[in-house]
Write a protein that binds this ligand. Sequence first.
Ligand SMILES: NC(=O)c1ccc[n+]([C@@H]2O[C@H](COP(=O)([O-])OP(=O)(O)OC[C@H]3O[C@@H](n4cnc5c(N)ncnc54)[C@H](OP(=O)(O)O)[C@@H]3O)[C@@H](O)[C@H]2O)c1
Length: 384
Amino acid sequence: MATIYYDKDADLKALKGKTVAIIGYGIQGRGQALNLRDSGVKVIVAQRPGGPNFDLAKQDGFTPLSAAEATKKADVVILLAQDMLQGDIYREAIAPNLRPGQTLGFSHGFAVLYGLIKPPKNVDVVMVAPKGPGSLVRSQYLEGKGVPALVAVYQDASGKAKATALAWAKGIGATRAGVLETTFKEETETDNFGEQAVLCGGASALIKAGFETLVEAGYQPELAYFECLHELKLITDMFWASGIQGMRKRVSDTAKWGDIHCGPRIIDGQVKAHMKQLLDEIQSGQFAKEWVAEHKAGRPNFTRLMEQDEQHQIEQVGRKLRAMMPWISSDVRQQTSDRRRPAAKKLAKRPRLSKQAVRWRASRQGLVRQGSRLVRRKLTRSRS
Ligand SMILES: NC(=O)c1ccc[n+]([C@@H]2O[C@H](COP(=O)([O-])OP(=O)(O)OC[C@H]3O[C@@H](n4cnc5c(N)ncnc54)[C@H](OP(=O)(O)O)[C@@H]3O)[C@@H](O)[C@H]2O)c1
C-alpha cells in the first residue's frame, strides 16, 4: 500500500528561517520558485544569463545569481537545470561550495541514480518530483489546487530530510493533491518508462501512425489531424477526470465497441513486449548510458530526429489549423501565467476571434445560442 502525504502531514516550519536556492529558472524552476515564495519561503534563484529565462526571473522579482553564489547563500539547494547539465553544474559550482548540513534537492532522480552526481555523506539529499509540467504546478497552485508529486529521501544526514522534503512539497502545493513516497530508483525508472512508452514516445508515435494511415488512404490531412491529434485532448481530459470507464460512459456505443473490441488489436502483446524491452534497458542502465553518450557527442541523433519530425506533414497541417484557433495557445498561455488578473483585464488580453471562431468554440464547449444568449447544452454524452 502506497504512503501518500497530504497537507496535514507536512509542516512549512521545516523551512522557516532557511533560504531555498532554485538552480535553473526553467519550466519547473519558475513554477516551484514562485509557489515557494508565495508560501512564505525565502527563495533565491540561480539562472545562467543569455537566455529568456534570465529576463523572466528578473521580471518575476528575483535577482538571478550564479549557481555557485546561490549555493553559498542557501540552506536548501534545489537543482532544476536540465538533467544532462546537472553533473557539470554540480561539479563546477555546487560541490566546491557545499557545506555540511545543507540539503540538496532534485525533481528527478536521473543524475543521482546514474552517478552523474555523487553527493558527500554530510548533506541531506531529497527529491520532490511533481507529476506534471511546471506551468501546471504554478497554475494549479494559484487556483488553490495542486499537482501530485513523488517524494524520496536518498540520504538523511540530519535526521530531518523527510520533514524538509515534505515542507518543500507543501510549499509548491503538491500536498494538496497527494505526495507519494518512493525512492530515487523507482521515480527515475518509472518516469523514464512513462515518457518513452506512454506519455511522450508512445502517444506521439500512435498519433503519427493514425494520421499517416488516414492520409495514405486518401483522406484529407486536415481531417486526419482533427481526428488523431486535436480530439485526443478531449478524450484524455475525460480519462483524467474519471478514468477509462468514465471516458467510455461519455462516448457513443459505437465508440465504446471500437475501443474495447479493436483497441487491443493495436496495442497488442507485441507492443507490450516492446514496452518490457524498454523497461529492461532502463533498469539495466543501458538507456541512461546511451543518452549520456548522445549528449556528450553533441546530440547528433537527437538533432536529426527532432528536425525530421519538425518537417512531418502533421506539424505543417497542425500549424495552419492551430493558427485558426488562437484560443488554444492563449489558453495554454493563461495556464502558465502567474498573475491573477481581474477577469475583465484577462478577457481584454484574449485574441479577437471571428464570429465563426466564436460559434465553433461555443459548440465545442457545449454551448448553444438561444436568442442573443449562449446557454449550456444539456449533454450527457459526447461523441468520440
Ligand atoms: N519539465 C517539467 O515540467 C518537469 C517535470 C518533472 C520533473 N522535471 C525535472 O525538473 C528538472 C528541470 O527540468 P525543466 O524541464 O524545468 O528544465 P528546463 O525547462 O530546461 O530549465 C532548466 C533551466 O536551467 C537553466 N540552467 C542551465 N544551466 C544553468 C547554470 N549553469 N546555472 C543556472 N541555470 C542554468 C536553464 O537555462 P537556459 O534557459 O539558459 O538553458 C533553464 O532555465 C529536471 O531534473 C527535470 O527532469 C521537469
